[in-house]
Ligand binder design. Sequence first.
Ligand code: SF4
Ligand code: SF4
Ligand SMILES: [Zn+2]
Length: 178
Amino acid sequence: MNNQFINSAESQTSSNRDLVSACGLYCGACGIYLATQENDSEKILQYAVVLNQTFDETLCDGCGAMRKSIHCLKMCTIIDCKLKMDVIYCFECNEFPCQALIEFKLKMPHRIEIIDSLYRMQETGIENWLIEMKDYFSCPQCKTVNSAYHPACRKCGNTISCKFVSQHKDAIEQYLSK
Ligand code: SF4
Ligand code: SF4
Ligand SMILES: [Zn+2]
């Protein structure tokens, strides 16, 4: 194996790990992450307005990355907590699953599976979990990754955007109609 190949494989692994949140979310299916990676300025601006932050402050490469959306960097109490508890992921913590995590999970439908997701990470390992998550959030028809808030596939319009959305359709629709 030549050096160039090793370097590219390493950077791909590390970039994938950036998509693993301490709390069990898969950042690869976050709307902000998708808009950043796809240079979708219009969407980034929409998120910036909603989150009351600048365009640049909104850009995000995932929870484990250096460039992180400011609302996750500054407002996320789980990030502070994992540092205090000296863990990388919540499943490694003696308090898991703690009350703070349960409350965090109940606030928004895209978080509905975080605790199961952390158990799955622990069981199968991070690399396998990443593969499973990508599939879980991909359109069954065209394989585009969609977020929990894309009821239909954003590329091909398939009425089932991904398995996650089909599992939690009612909770997502209820949240979006508020
Ligand atoms: S905004 Fe938050 S949830 Fe979204 S990709 Fe960035 S760190 Fe992950
Ligand atoms: S106390 Fe809860 S939120 Fe904090 S690291 Fe442990 S499991 Fe995660
Ligand atoms: Zn599709």
